[in-house]
Write a protein that binds this ligand. Structure first.
Ligand SMILES: [Zn+2]
Length: 410
């Protein structure tokens, strides 16, 4: 009994230590260089514990320490100006690859611990069905280019990938991505095989809200929805401070809420889905422009409307109205504090925010509607890419030393 009790205490203290290492590393990853004295206050641990944890993460190559400004207490230098060490992420030594697969674009970036995008490649495509093998090959080729920029001392902790579709999280299988024409594509496994890295794949809207919650508009907001409008339309949801995925992670397919049963056919096989009324393609159709213009095409419509093109202006007005009314439906279901409009929707909001808001107000029930902030993402069109990086860093942040030992062993 005594031995067991001692063993369980030992196991508990080891769990506490791992938890503290994770909390400290995650804090510095999110907040950047931080004085040790600040970590002591924020994490509620004493100076010597913070010193031990920091030393361990420095020895592992994840953090570095440098003398900071003298410690100040009440504006006065304490102890004759003793320096408080500043703890910073080793952004150049510990990195991930972040990928954003769009219908009309592909972005791949090398991102350092701490969240800095160190290097990136962006490709544009015309809209159309794209073979997953072609996309996998393109990601692999660009990743090799990005990895050739760094020396062998750099630890690449993994890859995160955003796709506009429904993803089975545990193995990165893309179950359905209607706008890419994909069904049951083993994207995660194919990339892991090709690159020899741990690969995590997520839905683009889910990763958009993740990024905005960690580093953007939704910092400190516990109930928020990120709507991404990039060809299709999807929602990433934070409810009560936690991601809301549903039973199998496929929640948030709000683009396929049917708003007009007699409406336009949708890629999903249904008719009159919300995204057929306010997605990019509807805007191009109404503005009499070629399909598949992507974000650049949306910006052209906005610029044309501003320059007096009546057809473009009417198209934007129509889409903005559907955006506001549909957003009210989302708010009725989820009662969020904030709705972030990403991708093409951000362009519509910036151009016609008044129309979006008045259509929203005329549709939404007063109680959940009146307090909702409808805002642009702070990370702009990079929300999903930044979210992919966060997804890739998560195992390392959750258990730094274990993940690092696995990477070194592989
Ligand atoms: Zn649909």
């Amino acid at each position: 009994m005594t031995v067991l009790a001692r063993g369980s205490r030992g196991a508990r203290s080891e769990d506490v230590r791992r938890g503290n290492l994770s909390t400290l590393l995650r804090y510095v990853h999110v907040h950047g260089p931080t004085a040790r004295s600040r970590l002591t206050a924020v994490l509620g641990l004493n100076r010597s514990t913070i010193g031990d944890l920091t030393s361990e993460l420095v020895a592992a190559g994840l953090l570095r320490e440098e003398p900071g400004r003298p410690d100040r207490v009440g504006g006065e230098a304490a102890g004759g100006g003793r320096p408080s060490y500043v703890v910073a992420p080793q952004s150049e030594r510990v990195q991930v690859l972040a990928v954003d697969v769009g219908v009309t674009h592909l972005s791949v970036a090398r991102v350092g611990l701490g969240g800095a995008i160190l290097s990136r490649r962006d490709r544009s495509y015309r809209r159309g069905t794209r073979r997953h093998t072609t996309v996998t090959a393109a990601i692999t080729k660009i990743s090799a280019e990005l990895l050739a920029e760094v020396d062998g001392a750099v630890v690449v902790a993994g890859m995160g990938v955003a796709v506009p579709g429904m993803v089975r999280r545990h193995d990165g299988q893309v179950r359905q991505a209607p706008n890419l024409g994909w069904r049951d594509v083993p994207l995660g496994a194919a990339l892991a095989d090709a690159l020899g890295l741990p690969v995590s794949v997520g839905n683009d809207a889910d990763l958009g809200i993740l990024a905005e919650q960690v580093r953007g508009a939704a910092v400190g907001v516990d109930d928020a929805v990120y709507l991404t409008g990039r060809s299709g339309l999807g929602a990433g949801i934070i409810a009560g401070g936690r991601p809301l995925g549903g039973r199998t992670g496929y929640a948030g397919e709000v683009g396929h809420l049917v708003v007009d049963p007699a409406g336009l056919p949708c890629h999903c096989g249904s008719r009159g889905c919300w995204e057929t009324q306010c997605g990019e393609e509807r805007l191009f159709e109404l503005a009499a422009r070629p399909a598949g213009g992507g974000l650049a095409g949306v910006r052209e419509v906005v610029a044309a409307a501003a320059a007096g093109d009546a057809v473009a202006a009417a198209a934007l007005e129509d889409v903005a109205g559907w955006l506001g009314r549909g957003t009210a439906n989302v708010v009725h279901v989820l009662n969020p504090e904030m709705v972030i409009l990403g991708g093409a929707l951000e362009e519509v909001l910036r151009a016609l925010g008044g129309t979006v808001r008045s259509a929203f107000d005329s549709t939404a029930l007063a109680a959940p509607g009146e307090q909702v902030r409808i805002v642009a993402p702070h990370l702009g069109s990079d929300s999903t890419l930044v979210g992919s990086a966060e997804l890739a860093f998560d195992p390392l942040l959750s258990d730094p030393l274990l993940t690092l030992s696995r990477r070194h062993a592989s």
